[in-house]
Design a protein around this ligand. Structure first.
Ligand code: 13P
Length: 250
């Protein structure tokens, strides 16, 4: 049985004092869940978030990292640096990074390898634009992104990778993919993993949905057979709303 994961992506929001207050408010609301609760926070919040989340079931992640080990890369943060302060998860290849910061399938693959090397748990994002969807290219785009992201990753490591299917047209727009559409795309991603690694492994890889997830639509998405939870943007900025998504079964 795959575990359900509910991950918040705060993007460029929340000052340290807000992060601390958020985690203190969220903690009692999610103590009873069996789902994995993750908050991916800005670099400047990481340390405060990690301290506040100690001895709780809330896990902390970063939103990006560089693939090189160290060196003259002004402004960048390596996987080892994240690991050194006990960050557990890292988002890789979010569509906003692909669109605004020139991330490519190649840099995503390099980052993934470095994250795995340093025992960070990567959340790798794939997703199609509205244009590609309307042209009927959704499956081709997302399966290609998946294959290129995983190039050179062995079958032992691939099970540590979390994939987030985030259709770009659904991010921050209030337009959610229907549960059936999201399921179909996630099945296609799982099928691609099966082609590379075989059926058993493909059944064990966790695949999330992201794009305008909120408390009012999460249950129908998360109860689809192949959808293992969500990567939540806007609705992860308010503790009560986010806790309702974490506790979607209740
Ligand atoms: P929204 O939930 O705000 O649409 O953002 C989704 C997202 O990009 C999560 O990574």
């Amino acid at each position: 049985m795959r575990k359900k994961i509910i991950a918040g992506n705060w993007k460029m929001n929340m000052l340290p004092n807000e992060a601390i207050e958020f985690i203190q408010k969220l903690e009692p609301l999610v103590t009873d869940t069996n789902n994995e609760v993750i908050l991916c926070v800005p670099y400047t919040d990481l340390f405060y978030a990690l301290l506040t989340a100690q001895q709780t079931n809330i896990k902390i992640g970063a939103q990006n990292m560089h693939f090189e080990e160290k060196g003259a890369y002004t402004g960048e943060v390596s996987a080892e640096m994240l690991k050194s302060i006990n960050v557990e998860y890292v988002i890789i290849g979010h569509s906003e990074r692909r669109a605004y910061f020139a991330e490519t399938d190649e840099t995503v693959n390099k980052k993934l390898k470095s994250a795995l090397k340093h025992e960070l748990k990567p959340i790798v994002c794939v997703g199609e634009t509205l244009e590609s969807r309307e042209a009927g290219k959704t499956q081709k785009i997302i399966t290609t992104q998946t294959r290129l992201a995983l190039e050179g990753i062995n079958s032992e490591d691939v099970e540590k990778v979390i994939i987030a299917y985030e259709p770009i047209w659904a991010i921050g727009t209030g337009k959610t993919a229907t549960a059936e559409d999201a399921e179909e795309s996630i099945q296609a991603i799982r099928e691609e993993i099966k082609k590379i690694y075989g059926q058993e492994i493909s059944k064990r890889v966790i695949i999330l949905y992201g794009g305008s997830v909120k408390s009012s639509n999460c249950k129908e998405l998360f109860t689809m057979p192949d959808i293992d939870g969500g990567l939540v943007g806007g609705a992860s900025l308010e503790p009560i709303e986010f806790s309702k998504i974490v506790n979607y079964e209740k």
